[in-house]
Design a protein around this ligand. Structure first.
Ligand code: ATP
Ligand code: MG
Length: 428
């Protein structure tokens, strides 16, 4: 039993299924993506908001909608030690609007443009490009309901993706109409599918009752085949919705943006009205949607606020990062200088020098292990250090050392008294 205990003890504890570590150098790509988003979004007038990861469950039930996949089966919901039902956020829009209402931001400005970035949680079946904790970059415009706002948001999104040099992107847009257009469309879908219910998957049979629009979102092939001749919402749009959608398109045309109308795109959340859009990449198989977004003209009201319109998008960070080519940077990620020590007596001097340089902003590395010069140089090589400096008792006594340029294989003698200036000069 002692052995068994040891065995159990030794076993490492792994991450939760569907929860993924992001390791370097992938994290550097993530930072680059985030910084690019921040820069571009700011030029379009967006400011950053940070909202909690945990919210009251009712926020998502009301915001996202009871009959969506997310609320029906994907949320991480638990009862807190008290008796409050809480949920790890599955998306950011509801939280952003909650904050917008809670702090009455609509009182101080007529247009509010916010972005945020961070983890989301959905209990889906993990697979490539699909995790249980994943990340999104999220942007929302609250206030205006004009079609130019839709076009501007989509333009910013596409400009950002282009900046990251993503190949083969498809932008698809659609209009989901409003409360006026949907009831007659729903009736049309019902009568189209009457008699064919048996052939639909169980999810779709349920959707037919709870939310018929959602059948278009089904990924089962036989369902898609049945729906190929189904009536389309675009033919049921009321005149104001039709006009809005036409203006979004003509406004997009001002920027030579390529897009495709996809009348079957319905999106997975209940709150969308009018313009919806998705960005996919051809080569990424089933999990090819990188961005989803759309207008929500009643969400703010439905969450208890005034009747204020909104539009936003969410970019899937993991999928975006997988598609983003490695950022081109001139500087290597390795240190500028590696200090190798010859003999223990040089350690203190080297240690002091190394950390003094770091405090001045120079990337310096050294070993603490008292290892052979050969193994220290091996590590310098592996780190791709630009320079190495070998410090021994003699160098410290004479206050001189050889600074070796590893790339050019040249070396120069430098004065230890001036080493900081010399190295900082090299950094330029
Ligand atoms: P999908 O159809 O792939 O399930 P979705 O419609 O549920 O996507 P949205 O809620 O619109 O996705 O979220 C926007 C983006 O977030 C998606 O386009 C995708 O890139 C990303 N995303 C959504 N769910 C996941 C997940 N479980 N793992 C990784 N990324 C995700
Ligand atoms: Mg989904």
């Amino acid at each position: 039993s002692e052995n068994l205990k040891r065995l159990l003890f030794m076993e490492i504890i792994t991450a939760v299924r569907g929860f993924k570590d992001v390791l370097p150098p992938e994290t550097e790509k993530w930072r680059y993506i985030e910084e690019t988003a921040r820069d571009i979004f700011q030029t379009f007038g967006f400011r950053e908001i940070r909202v909690p990861l945990l919210e009251k469950t009712a926020l998502f039930q009301r915001g996202i909608g009871e009959s969506t996949d997310i609320v029906e089966k994907e949320m991480y919901t638990f009862v807190d030690r008290g008796d409050e039902s809480l949920t790890l956020r599955p998306e950011a829009t509801a939280s952003v609007i909650r904050a917008y209402l809670e702090h009455a931001l609509y009182n101080t400005e007529t247009v509010t443009k916010l972005f945020t970035s961070g983890p989301m949680f959905r209990r889906e079946r993990p697979q490539k490009g699909r995790y249980r904790q994943f990340h999104q970059i999220d942007a929302e415009i609250l206030g205006p309901d004009d079609p130019h706002t839709d076009a501007e948001l989509i333009l910013m999104l596409m400009h950002f993706l282009k900046k990251l040099e993503l190949p083969h992107l498809n932008l698809e847009i659609n209009s989901l109409g409003c409360d006026q257009c949907r009831p007659p469309f729903r009736a049309a879908i019902h009568s189209f599918l009457r008699g064919q219910e048996e052939k639909l998957c169980s999810d779709c049979r349920r959707r037919l009752v709870t939310n018929p629009l959602r059948v278009f979102d089904c990924k089962v092939e036989s369902c898609a085949a049945i729906l190929s001749g189904a009536p389309l919402l675009q033919d049921f749009l009321c005149p104001p919705c039709r006009e809005h959608f036409v203006k979004v398109q003509s406004s997009l045309d001002l920027f030579d943006l390529c897009y495709r109308l996809n009348p079957k795109m319905v999106r997975g959340l209940d709150y969308y009205t009018r313009t919806t859009f998705e960005v996919t990449q051809e080569s990424h198989g089933a999990q090819n949607a990188v961005v989803g977004g759309g207008r929500y003209d009643h969400l703010v009201r439905d969450l208890g606020g005034p009747d204020i319109s909104g539009i936003g998008f969410a970019i899937g960070f993991e999928r975006l990062a997988a598609m983003t080519p490695k950022p081109k940077t001139d500087a290597s990620d390795g240190p500028l200088l590696f200090i190798a020590i010859l003999g223990d007596s040089a350690f203190d001097e080297a240690f002091r020098l190394c950390n003094r340089l770091r405090m001045k902003g120079v990337r310096v590395e050294m070993d603490h292990g008292g290892r052979s010069l050969k193994s220290q140089m091996k590590r310098a090589d592996k780190l791709q250090s630009v320079y190495t400096l070998i410090l021994g008792e003699r160098e410290i006594a004479e206050k001189k050392a050889l600074l070796r340029n590893m790339r050019a294989s040249t070396q120069t003698e430098i004065h230890l008294d001036q080493i900081e200036e010399t190295i900082i000069e090299l950094e330029r």
